[in-house]
Design a protein around this ligand. Structure first.
Ligand code: PHE
Ligand code: FE
Length: 287
C-alpha cells in the first residue's frame, strides 16, 4: 500500500516531477497531458464501465455517476473537487507517486485523497503494480462520494498516524489492503466489488467474483490484520463485508489493545483458511 519509495524507475516526466512542497503535493498540470494519454484513459474507462455494470456495488456505481467523471479525458482534479467536496467534503490532491506513510495518513485524516497524475503506458493497460491516475481516480474517488465510506477513510487516516507511533502499521496496512483496495460486499444480488484495486483492473474484476481459485471469506477485523497479502498478482483471498456500516462500526474502537493482542498472534498466509472462518467460497488452487 504505502511506501516511501515509488516504483516508477522510468525517466521522470512532468507528471512525476518531484515535489517542492512539504506535503508532497504538486500541480496536476492538466493541460500537459497528450492526446495519447487521454486516449489511454478513454480505453480504460470504457472497458471498466462494461465490466463493472453488474459487478461493482451500487455505492460505487452511484458515486461514479454522481461525480460525472469524464469518460473521454483524464479528469481535471479541480472539476472533480467541485462535486466531491460538495458531496462529502473530501478533495483530491495531486502527488507524484506513493508518499511517505505519515504524509499519506495526514492527508486522509484531513479528507484529502492523494492521487497520482501520470497514466500508464499503452502496453500496461492490464497490469501495473504502482498506482496511476486511472487507479487513483476511477478506483478510489467514487467511493469517497459515499458518506459512510468517506468517514471510514478519514478515520483510517487518523488510525494510521496512531499505528505509526505504535509500530503497528503492518497490521493496519492489511486492513486497507483487504478493504479499501480489494474489498467485496455481500448484497441481495450476490457479491459485489468495492475495492479500488479491483475496480481499476479488468482481469481482477472478473476473477475476484467468478473464478474458483480465490477464497471468499466473511470479514473479521483481527483475521484481516493477521493476514499477509501479495502485491504482485491477483489476491488469493477476498474478505466480504455485509455493509459499510459493519466496516465502520468494526473499526470504530481504539485499536491500541488490538495491536497488543496481535503482537502475540501468529500471522496467516494469503491463501490460508482457519477453522473459525466464515467461508463463502473455498478456493481451488490452480482450479
Ligand atoms: N479506530 C482505529 C484506531 O483507534 C482507527 C481506524 C478507523 C482504523 C477506521 C481503520 C479504520 O486505531
Ligand atoms: Fe489504491
Amino acid at each position: 500500500m504505502v511506501s516511501t519509495a515509488y516504483a516508477g524507475a522510468e525517466a521522470p516526466d512532468r507528471h512525476r516531477a518531484p515535489s517542492a512542497r512539504a506535503d508532497f503535493t504538486i500541480a496536476q498540470d492538466w493541460s500537459a497531458y497528450s492526446g495519447e494519454e487521454h486516449e489511454t484513459w478513454r480505453l480504460l474507462f470504457h472497458r471498466q464501465e462494461a465490466v463493472l455494470e453488474h459487478r461493482a456495488c451500487r455505492e460505487f456505481l452511484a458515486g461514479m455517476r454522481d461525480l460525472g467523471v469524464a469518460a473521454d479525458t483524464i479528469p481535471d482534479f479541480q472539476r472533480l473537487n467541485d462535486v466531491l467536496h460538495n458531496a462529502t467534503r473530501w478533495s483530491i490532491v495531486a502527488v507524484p507517486g506513493l508518499v511517505p506513510d505519515a504524509i499519506f495518513f495526514d492527508h486522509l485524516a484531513h479528507r484529502r485523497f492523494p492521487s497520482t497524475c501520470f497514466i500508464r503506458r499503452r502496453d500496461q493497460l492490464d497490469y501495473l503494480q504502482e498506482p496511476d491516475v486511472f487507479h487513483d481516480i476511477f478506483g478510489h474517488v467514487p467511493m469517497l462520494m459515499n458518506p459512510v465510506f468517506a468517514d471510514y477513510m478519514e478515520a483510517y487516516g487518523k488510525g494510521g498516524l496512531k499505528a505509526l507511533h505504535l509500530g503497528a502499521l503492518h497490521h493496519l496496512a492489511r486492513l486497507y489492503w483487504y478493504t479499501v483496495e480489494f474489498g467485496l460486499i455481500a448484497t441481495s444480488e450476490g457479491l459485489r466489488i468495492y475495492g479500488s484495486g479491483i475496480v481499476s483492473s479488468k482481469g481482477e474484476s472478473v476473477y475476484c467474483l467468478e473464478d474458483p481459485r480465490p477464497n471468499r471469506i466473511g470479514f473479521g477485523l483481527m483475521r484481516v490484520m493477521r493476514t499477509r497479502y501479495r502485491i504482485d498478482d491477483y489476491q488469493q483471498t477476498y474478505f466480504v463485508i455485509d455493509s459499510f456500516d459493519q466496516l465502520f462500526e468494526a473499526t470504530r474502537p481504539d485499536f491500541t489493545p488490538y495491536y497488543a493482542e496481535l503482537a502475540g498472534l501468529s500471522e496467516i498466509g494469503p491463501s490460508d483458511i482457519l477453522p473459525g472462518d466464515r467461508v463463502l467460497h473455498r478456493g481451488i488452487p490452480g482450479g
